[in-house]
Design a protein around this ligand. Structure first.
Ligand SMILES: Cc1cc2nc3c(=O)[nH]c(=O)nc-3n(C[C@H](O)[C@H](O)[C@H](O)COP(=O)(O)O)c2cc1C
Length: 174
């Protein structure tokens, strides 16, 4: 039997950024807020779904930051960052940290820990990571973090797929 040949693939070289976004958005993810403290103690955070686990031994994870971020230099040089994995009821928080604002943390319940990271209350889990290494990758910078502390409360996650928030319970109802 002859192996079928795929003739319906599109060339990425011809694709516009909208098509590529739509393509990559097919990969369903959780949603995180990456946090740290600036040198003057100001809490910093942004919404990111580029988080992924990398290695168990040692315990490594990654996320990537748009090079246009005003916080690029800060994140490049800080010693620790935290990855706060959001719960299904934290969609508003996700939206708040996905837009530039003077004080994203106003009215947000959080704690700081001794190594200069910010833990957002109500997150499903928080990973405190040593800023191990960065990899230059196109218009983003990939951050590799080594997990040094964590909390894992569990619960229902906030999900993101095809440019929209989703929840597991919605999926179960559909
Ligand atoms: C669901 C979701 C996921 C996002 N993931 C990322 C990401 O992984 N990396 C990134 O640089 N921006 C990501 N963004 C966009 C940033 O949150 C947004 O640009 C934010 O304004 C960055 O904060 P800053 O301007 O303080 O750097 C995401 C936005 C949303 C809504």
């Amino acid at each position: 039997m002859e192996t079928p040949i795929a003739t319906d693939l599109l060339s990425a070289a011809d694709a516009d950024s909208r098509s590529l976004r739509n393509l990559l958005g097919q990969f369903a993810t959780g949603v995180t807020i990456i946090t740290t403290l600036a040198a003057d103690g100001t809490p910093i955070g942004l919404t990111a779904n580029s988080f992924s686990s990398v290695s168990l031994e040692p315990a490594l994870v990654l996320w990537s930051l748009d090079k246009r971020s005003p916080n690029l230099e800060l994140f490049r040089h800080i010693k620790h960052f935290a990855i706060n994995i959001l719960a299904a009821d934290q969609q508003q928080l996700s939206n708040r940290f996905a837009r530039p604002a003077d004080d994203k943390f106003e009215g947000v319940d959080f704690r700081v820990c001794s190594n200069g990271t910010v833990l957002i209350d109500g997150a499903l889990a928080t990973l405190v990571c040593r800023n191990e290494r960065q990899i230059d990758a196109g218009d983003h910078l990939i951050f590799i973090g080594e997990i040094c502390q964590y909390s894992n409360a569990g619960g229902e996650p906030l999900l993101f797929h095809a440019g929209q928030y989703q929840s597991l319970s919605q999926a179960e109802c559909a």
